[in-house]
Design a protein around this ligand. Structure first.
Ligand code: NAD
Length: 473
C-alpha cells in the first residue's frame, strides 16, 4: 500500500501539531486535519493558531495550503485517506457509571462509526487518543479491523506521574528536615537504573493526560476487583493534590497566616512552559486555595495573556500614544508619522489586542470559576485580575508566586519589582527556577519547594501534616 493521504480526526493539542509535523517532514504526503468544531478549524486556518508550541507557527505557515489542510469536511477526508488517526478527546466521565474516574469514549465511538459509515477500500486506522484497555476491542468491533489496546500509553503516563509524585513526596520530607530536594534528585538521578528525567520537584504535575489516565487506571483496577492496585495508583494522584495544597498552605503561613485582602502576583498559569494549555494546571488549584482564603490575585502568563510578546511594538505604540508622547513615538519608531493615521492605527491595534486578551483572559476566568473548583464564581471573579505585563502585576503586591517554569521569569529585574511591592516582599518559587540566593540578597523573603532558607516557620508548617516533626527546635 502506498501512503499518499493521511487524515486526522481531531484538531486539538495532539492532532494539530502531530499532523503539521508529518506534513512538514513528508512533503509528498497530503495531510487533512479535520474536526467537528468550526471554531477550531477557523483558528488553524488563521494567523493566530489555537495552540502554542515553539516552532509550530513556522511549520504550519510553510505547509498549510501545500500538503496540509484544516477543514470540517470529515467525510471527504476519511474517504480519501489511506491512513486515519483518531485524536479526539477522551475526558474523564462527568456522568453515569465511572463518573469522575473512567474515560468517556463517546467521541472515539462516534469517529469509529463515521469511519465505518463512509470509508471505501482499505484503511489503516491509528487510535491516537488515550483509551483504556479493551477500548480498542470496541473500536475493532465497530470497524471490524484489528488494533492494539491502549493500555501501554496509559501505563507509561502513570509511571511518569508516579516519578513526579515520588520526588514531590521527598520534597515535603526535605522541607521538614532541612535537606535540599535538588541534591537528593541529583544523587538519585545519577543512578543509571533510575535516570535523571522527571525528577524535578515542583508544585505538581498537570496537563490533560496524567490525571485522567491515572484515574482511569484506578477505575479499571477497581472494576476487575484489584483494590490494592487501585489504591496504589490512586495515591499518585493524591500526592499531587497534597503537593498543590501544601504549597498554597505554605504561602498562607509565610504571609503571617492570612492572605485575606492581600495581593499576590501569580507568574504562570499554563500547566508547563511553552504551551498555552491550562488543562489540569496546578495553577488552577493553588490559585483556588488562595482565592478561598480571600487573596486578590494578579495573574500573568506569557502566552495566555495576549498570545504575543509582552509589550510588543503595538503595545508600546499604544502606550506612548496614550501618554501623548508623540516625540517619543517618532524616536522609538524612527520615522515621521502622520498623526491622524497613527491615531486610527492605534485604535485598531488596541481593539485587536483587547480582543485576543479578552479571549485568553476568559480561559483563566473559566478555569477558576468552574463548578469543579468553586461554589462562588462571582466572588472569585472579583478577586482575580489578569495582567499583560509582569511589572504591572507586582505593583503593590505582597508576594510573587511562580507556578509555571517559563524561561522569561528567570530574566526579570527582580530588584525593580521589589521596589514597587509591599514590604516585606515574598517570593514563592513553585517550580524551582529562580536564583534564590540572588533574590534573598536583594531583600526578598524567598521560599521554594523541597528546601527551606529559614527555619522559623518549621513548627507551624509541620503541625497539621507531620506530627512526627513537632519536636523540632
Ligand atoms: P483536544 O480536546 O485538544 O482535541 C480534541 C479535538 O477532537 C477537539 O477539537 C474536538 O472538537 C475534536 N472532536 C471530538 N469529537 C470529534 C468527532 N466526533 N469528530 C471530529 N472531531 C472531534 O484533545 P487533545 O489534547 O488533542 O487529546 C486528544 C487525545 O490524545 C486524548 O485522548 C488525550 O488523552 C490523548 N493525548 C493527549 C496528549 C496531550 O499532550 N494533550 C498526549 C498524548 C495523548
Amino acid at each position: 500500500m502506498v501512503l499518499k493521504n493521511v487524515c486526522c480526526i481531531g484538531a486539538g493539542y495532539v492532532g494539530g501539531p502531530t499532523c503539521s509535523v508529518i506534513a512538514w517532514k513528508c512533503p509528498d504526503i497530503c495531510v487533512h486535519v479535520v474536526d467537528k468544531s468550526e471554531m477550531r478549524i477557523k483558528q488553524w486556518n488563521s494567523d493566530k493558531l489555537p495552540i502554542y508550541e515553539p516552532g509550530l507557527e513556522e511549520v504550519v505557515k510553510e505547509c498549510r495550503g501545500r500538503n496540509l489542510f484544516f477543514s470540517n469536511d470529515i467525510e471527504t477526508a476519511v474517504k480519501e485517506a489511506d491512513l486515519i488517526f483518531i485524536s479526539v478527546n477522551t475526558p474523564t466521565k462527568t456522568y453515569g457509571i465511572g463518573k469522575g474516574r473512567a474515560a468517556d469514549l463517546k467521541h472515539i465511538e462516534m469517529c469509529a462509526r463515521k469511519i465505518a459509515e463512509v470509508a471505501e477500500g482499505h484503511k489503516i486506522v491509528v487510535e491516537k487518543s488515550t483509551v483504556p484497555v479493551r477500548a480498542a476491542e470496541s473500536i475493532t468491533h465497530i470497524l471490524s479491523a484489528n488494533t492494539k489496546p491502549g493500555v501501554s500509553f496509559q501505563a507509561s503516563n502513570a509511571f511518569l506521574a508516579q516519578r513526579v509524585s515520588s520526588i514531590n513526596a521527598i520534597s515535603a520530607l526535605c522541607e521538614a528536615t532541612g535537606a535540599d530536594v535538588s541534591q537528593v534528585a541529583g544523587a538519585v538521578g545519577r543512578d543509571s537504573r533510575i535516570g535523571s528525567k522527571f525528577l524535578q520537584a515542583s508544585v505538581g504535575f498537570g496537563g490533560s493526560c496524567f490525571q485522567k489516565d491515572l484515574l482511569n487506571l484506578v477505575y479499571i483496577a477497581e472494576c476487575v476487583n484489584l483494590p490494592e492496585v487501585a489504591m496504589y495508583w490512586q495515591q499518585v494522584t493524591d500526592m499531587n493534590e497534597y503537593q498543590r495544597t501544601r504549597f498554597a498552605k505554605r504561602i498562607v503561613e509565610c504571609l503571617f497566616n492570612t492572605v485575606t485582602d492581600k495581593t499576590l502576583a501569580v507568574f504562570g498559569f499554563a500547566f508547563k512552559k511553552n504551551t498555552g494549555d491550562t488543562r489540569e494546571s496546578p495553577a488552577i488549584y493553588v490559585c483556588s486555595h488562595l482565592l478561598e482564603e480571600g487573596a486578590q490575585l494578579n495573574i500573568y502568563d506569557p502566552k495566555l495573556v495576549n498570545g504575543r510578546p509582552v509589550r510588543g511594538p503595538l503595545q508600546v505604540l499604544i502606550d506612548l500614544w496614550d501618554k501623548e508622547s508623540y516625540d517619543e513615538v517618532r524616536t522609538t519608531f524612527g520615522y515621521v508619522l502622520d498623526l491622524d493615521k497613527l491615531q486610527s492605527t492605534c485604535e485598531l491595534a488596541r481593539e485587536e489586542l483587547h480582543k485576543t486578551q479578552e479571549v485568553e483572559s476568559k480561559q483563566i476566568q473559566c478555569d477558576l470559576t468552574s463548578v469543579a473548583v468553586t461554589s462562588e464564581p462571582e466572588r472569585v471573579q472579583q478577586l482575580i485580575n489578569i495582567y499583560s505585563d509582569p511589572y504591572d502585576a507586582v505593583t503593590d503586591a505582597h508576594a510573587i508566586v511562580v507556578l509555571t517554569e517559563w524561561d522569561e521569569f528567570k530574566k526579570y529585574d527582580y530588584k525593580k519589582m521589589l521596589s514597587v511591592m509591599k514590604k516585606p516582599a515574598f517570593i514563592f518559587d513553585g517550580r524551582k527556577i529562580l536564583d534564590h540566593e540572588a533574590l534573598i540578597n536583594i531583600g526578598f523573603h524567598t521560599e521554594t519547594i523541597g528546601k527551606r532558607f529559614s527555619r522559623n516557620t518549621l513548627l507551624r508548617a509541620s503541625g497539621e501534616h507531620f506530627p512526627a516533626f513537632s519536636w523540632t527546635p
